[in-house]
Write a protein that binds this ligand. Structure first.
Ligand SMILES: Cc1cc2nc3c(=O)[nH]c(=O)nc-3n(C[C@H](O)[C@H](O)[C@H](O)COP(=O)(O)O)c2cc1C
Length: 335
């Protein structure tokens, strides 16, 4: 008998644990349909950014003022905003179209960092048919005056603000760079996160030696990256009342299986699909299914978290004790 691949994520029942992460592959209806045809269980749309929402609101405000209070100098200052057409309207349209065209859950994503008025857009996501919302908080604390207490409060307030706008579940995608990750995870859940998406991948700038320029450098991931999410999902599984999604470094069925065993409710993939195309979803799903059948796992629900820190025979493997052991037992890679 084939294994039951269904998995609960947020309050959604996914037909399997593979979700398309926010990426250019989820930004058009055509490619969303291809992902669904390949067997994806849910899709996360690329983020709508706080700046896009605020731009549109300023542009509307500007139009209302034009001719009246607005000076010619000020009018000249805003033209690019009036032409700004990639804002919320197109995004809301995509949510509606995706909902009508797809049977799988559609999860739009909001990217922001200030708990301001822009979060009202979450309500419109819900009205457009979103099954859940992913709140992607991307904030780099570069100000020497900002303390970690202030930054953490900003995250909590932002989650509470988005949560208060909607009745659909809100998942929060965060970075791994907190001093007290476990405590932060618990507080995000207390503030209303129904799920955590671990982790956001910060883009690291690079220096181009030939041009002597600093360039933003978007590199696709490799499987090596997956162990960051693996550790934290294993640690948090069963200790917080929230769904857990893994993102970052899942490329093969083996990667997906490891994250499920650690305790992920679903595994989100972007880089592997950008490299191999939407059909790679089918390879991942069948790879997971075959392994489970060989190992006689009846269902993903049964398998999920069976090697989490709470269930695993060696809980120290996820903590400092393992660090000491790993360093002292290194015997050198064959060169
Ligand atoms: C080209 C590109 C665009 C992305 N755009 C978004 C985005 O709009 N919002 C978001 O939350 N994550 C975005 N991501 C991050 C992915 O959703 C994913 O979390 C990350 O790439 C790690 O997964 P991977 O190792 O499977 O690529 C993007 C990633 C790539 C490569």
């Amino acid at each position: 008998m084939s294994a039951d691949l269904r998995s609960r994520y947020l309050s959604l029942e996914l037909k399997n644990p593979i979700v398309a992460a926010a990426s250019p592959l989820t930004k058009s209806l055509d490619s969303l349909k291809r992902l669904e045809d390949a067997g994806v269980a849910a899709v996360v749309l690329p983020s709508l950014f706080e700046e896009q929402i605020e731009h549109e609101e300023m542009a509307t405000h500007n139009l209302m003022l034009s001719g009246a209070e607005l000076s010619p100098e000020a009018r000249g200052f805003f033209p690019e905003m009036q032409n700004y057409n990639t804002g919320p309207d197109n995004y809301l349209k995509l949510i509606g179209e995706a909902k009508r065209a797809l049977a799988v859950p559609v999860i739009p994503s909001l990217n922001g960092y200030t708990p301001g008025g822009w979060t009202h857009i979450a309500k419109q996501f819900e009205q457009a048919g979103a099954d859940a919302i992913e709140l992607n908080i991307y904030f780099l604390a570069t100000d020497l005056e900002h303390t970690s207490t202030e930054i953490e409060k900003r995250y909590i307030d932002l989650v509470a603000s988005v949560r208060s706008m909607v009745s659909i579940p809100v998942a929060v995608k965060v970075s791994p760079y907190f001093s007290a990750m476990a405590n932060m995870a618990a507080r995000l859940v207390a503030a209303g996160a129904a799920g955590l998406v671990l982790f956001n991948r910060f883009l690291q700038p690079d220096i181009l030696l030939d041009e002597l320029e600093v360039a933003p450098h978007l590199m696709l991931s490799t499987s090596d990256e997956l162990r960051l999410a693996l550790r934290w999902i294993a640690i948090l599984r069963g200790r917080i009342q929230a769904s857990l999604a893994a993102t970052g470094g899942a490329h093969t069925a083996a990667d997906v299986l490891k994250l499920l065993l650690a305790g992920a409710d679903c595994v989100m993939v972007a880089s592997s699909l950008l490299r191999k195309g939407p059909n790679h979803i089918a390879t991942l799903v069948s790879g997971v299914e075959n392994w489970m059948t060989e190992r006689e796992y009846a269902s993903v629900e049964q398998m999920k978290g069976s090697l989490s820190q709470l269930s695993c025979p060696d809980p120290a493997a996820f903590e400092r004790a393992n660090y000491m052991k790993a360093l002292t037992s290194y015997s050198g890679d064959p060169v």
